[in-house]
Design a protein around this ligand. Structure first.
Ligand SMILES: CC(C)(COP(=O)(O)OP(=O)(O)OC[C@H]1O[C@@H](n2cnc3c(N)ncnc32)[C@H](O)[C@@H]1OP(=O)(O)O)[C@@H](O)C(=O)NCCC(=O)NCCS
Length: 153
C-alpha cells in the first residue's frame, strides 16, 4: 500500500465528459459502472456510503451515461480522503479518472479541507502520482477483520 497527499488549486479544464460535484447517481447506475470495470457490485452500497460523504464526482458522457465516479470522505475539518475512483471499462485512458480526481480535489479545497489523502495498490502509482499529482507520504494500516478483541493484529 502507498498513501499520498495533495495540495490543490481550484480550476477547471473543459473535457468532452461532464464531471459534476454531487451528481445524482442512482444505485443501479453505480452497480452498472462497477460491473463495467470488472469490479464486484453490491446493491445498496452507494446509498449507504453517500450519507457519510463530503461529496463525490460523477462523470457522464453526452448521452448521460455514468462513465466515472470518485467519492470524498472527510473528518469534518481539514482532512479529506479520496475513495473508490472508477472509470467505465470502455472509457478508460481518456483522462476521465484524472479529471475526476482534480474536480474532487478542487471541491474538497473549496469546502475548507487542506489535505487530500489516497491509498492505492502499487500498480496504480502512475495514475495517482504521475497523472493526478499526489506525493508519496508515510502511512500505516491495520486490517481490522484480523484484529482480535484485545486489539492485537
Ligand atoms: C484507475 C482508473 C480510475 C483510471 O481511470 P482512467 O479514466 O483510465 O484514468 P486516466 O485516463 O485519467 O489515466 C491517466 C494516466 O494514469 C495512468 N493510469 C491510468 N489507469 C491506470 C492503471 N489502471 N494502472 C496504472 N496506471 C494507470 C496512465 O499513465 C494514464 O495515462 P495513459 O492513458 O496515457 O496511459 C481506472 O483504471 C479504473 O477505474 N480502474 C478500476 C477501479 C480501480 O482500481 N480504482 C482504483 C481504486 S484505488
Amino acid at each position: 500500500m502507498a498513501v499520498a497527499f495533495a495540495e490543490v488549486e481550484i480550476g477547471f479544464v473543459p473535457t468532452s465528459t461532464d464531471h459534476r460535484w454531487r451528481d445524482p447517481i442512482a444505485d443501479e447506475e453505480m452497480l452498472d459502472l462497477v460491473l463495467s470495470h470488472g469490479g464486484h457490485p453490491s446493491s445498496g452500497w452507494w446509498p449507504r456510503v453517500r450519507e457519510h460523504s463530503l461529496g463525490w464526482v460523477g462523470a457522464r458522457d453526452h448521452d448521460g451515461l455514468l462513465v466515472g465516479f470518485v467519492n470524498v470522505a472527510w473528518d469534518g475539518g481539514d482532512h479529506a480522503f479520496l475513495l473508490d475512483t472508477k472509470t467505465r471499462g470502455s472509457h478508460q485512458h481518456r483522462g476521465i479518472g484524472s479529471e475526476l480526481v482534480r474536480v474532487a480535489a478542487a471541491y474538497a479545497a473549496a469546502a475548507g479541507c487542506e489535505w487530500l489523502f489516497v491509498d492505492f495498490r502499487a500498480e496504480l502509482a502512475p495514475f495517482y502520482l504521475d497523472a493526478c499529482g499526489f506525493a508519496r507520504t508515510e502511512a500505516g494500516l491495520i486490517h481490522l477483520t484480523v484484529v482480535d478483541r484485545t486489539g492485537r493484529a
